[in-house]
Design a protein around this ligand. Structure first.
Ligand code: F3S
Length: 427
């Protein structure tokens, strides 16, 4: 891989051992990918905290957070002192909500480790967004901006909807990018790799958030890690719908970018979306395909008594909280059902001011931050059957927690929390 002078100097250790190890990791990673060079980035979203039980134990039993960064972000068995980050860096989810530790079954020891980790990342200059949706809380990259982000639902959102450029990075490469401001130049950083590969023609209306989730689930299954171009969009989608669409497509497949003709910035026309190459295949999304997706995301669901309703995958926006509050205001949840809604901490602060948190709590629900059920492995004790409005969460939760999971609209989920019973139907 060709290195510039500043990169060679970092690799030679001119900026200390942590930066040297970070550059060494990026050079090894780039060479494995056949990248011809590195590209500058000033926008990294990754994770450096002790976000899983294993990492918390590692931090506790070894040299603390520098040891975690060295071993798990820099692939270095030798622990080195980590300097402040070189470029703007956001932290993704942390794994627990310390304000709901008891409810989430988290011990005080783990809360203390969380606080240590939080203080550590802030001391390095990493912004504590603690969400899978940094683009909802101020980290909004612009078209063409080279980023180094991990978290599949965020990667697909910024590539497709914002026209920013990132591959689905990992803990190691984002950690190294924070210390160097560099990332391998390959994949979706390169203009010609961002063109569509498969044409998806919509034969039915796709309008609600649940519709977009089902479409995303089907598209991901069909194209896997290629780039779909969706044509025939009849209802302008908003942020929440595109967020659910992308999260689902990245879960059932490995989609990191899509185009919506006439909607997303690199697809003002179908010709622009595909560039010079014709589609490899054309597929149609109609009633049968929608039903297939619905059955797949409900494949584990059998019993209709609901123990747990989980909303906020990906983390809810303020608008989605407002919508839920309209359904919840003046209602009371079933005594047998827990409702947990996940969002970013800064959105919760606004929800507190707007009165949304009070409405949720008065109904008997809880607004949580910094984590989610699948990533944090946090569900109410004894949960057997859950309900979600996210195709992504319906994909992961049964496998991760061994529970049945229903998928439906947000309104069906809220109704299930109120009645304690699933009454959702395929529409
Ligand atoms: Fe975010 Fe957790 Fe869903 S990380 S995208 S809420 S699985």
């Amino acid at each position: 891989m060709k290195l510039r002078d500043d990169e060679k100097a970092m690799l030679a250790g001119d900026q200390g051992p942590a930066v040297q190890k970070a550059m060494d990791l990026l050079v090894r990673y780039g060479a494995a990918l056949d990248a011809e060079c590195l590209v500058d980035t000033r926008n990294v979203a990754g994770t450096i905290g002790a976000t899983t039980p294993f990492l918390r134990q590692y931090a506790d039993q070894n040299g603390g957070m520098d040891a975690v960064f060295s071993e798990f972000n820099l692939d270095s068995a030798e622990w080195v002192k980590i300097p402040p980050v070189k470029v703007s860096s956001s932290h993704l989810q942390q794994g627990i909500d310390p304000r709901h530790a008891v409810r989430q079954g988290i011990s005080q020891d783990v809360v203390r480790l969380y606080e240590t980790g939080q203080a550590y990342s802030s001391s390095l200059g990493v912004q504590p967004l603690n969400t899978c949706t940094p683009y909802q809380v101020g980290n909004v990259p612009v078209k063409g901006e080279h980023c180094a982000w991990m978290e599949s639902s965020a990667v697909i959102y910024i590539n497709s909807v914002l026209g920013a450029r990132t591959n689905a990075e990992g803990r190691e490469s984002t950690g190294a990018a924070m210390l160097t401001g560099k990332i391998p130049y390959w994949g979706l950083h390169i203009e010609q790799n961002r063109r569509g590969t498969h044409l998806i023609q919509l034969d039915i209306d796709v309008s609600t958030t649940a519709d977009w989730g089902l479409l995303g689930y089907w598209v991901g299954e069909q194209v896997q890690d290629r780039i779909p171009v969706i044509q025939g969009v009849s209802h302008q989608p908003n942020l929440a719908r595109l967020k659910h669409f992308g999260a689902a497509a990245a879960s059932s497949g490995g989609v990191e970018m899509y185009h919506l003709v006439g909607v997303t910035p690199e697809a003002q026309t179908r010709e622009q979306a595909f560039g010079a190459s014709p589609p490899l295949a054309t597929m149609h999304f109609g009633k049968a395909e929608r039903r297939w997706a619905y059955e797949q995301v409900n494949i584990t669901a059998r019993d209709d008594e609901i123990d747990f309703v989980m909303l906020g995958c990906p983390h809810y926006s303020l608008e989605q909280l407002w919508e839920v509050c309209q359904l919840l205001e003046g209602q009371r949840l079933s005594p047998n059902t827990e409702l947990w809604i996940f969002t970013a901490a800064s959105i919760k602060q606004l929800a507190d001011v707007a009165g949304y948190t009070r409405i949720i709590e008065q109904a008997g629900g809880h607004l949580m931050t910094d984590t989610c059920s699948a990533i944090g492995k946090v569900v109410p004790t004894g949960t057997r059957v859950a309900a979600v409005d996210s195709a992504k969460q319906a994909h992961y939760l049964p496998a991760i927690m061994g529970i049945q999971t229903w998928f439906g609209s947000t309104a069906e989920c809220v109704q299930a929390a109120i009645e304690g019973r699933w009454k959702g139907v395929f529409r």
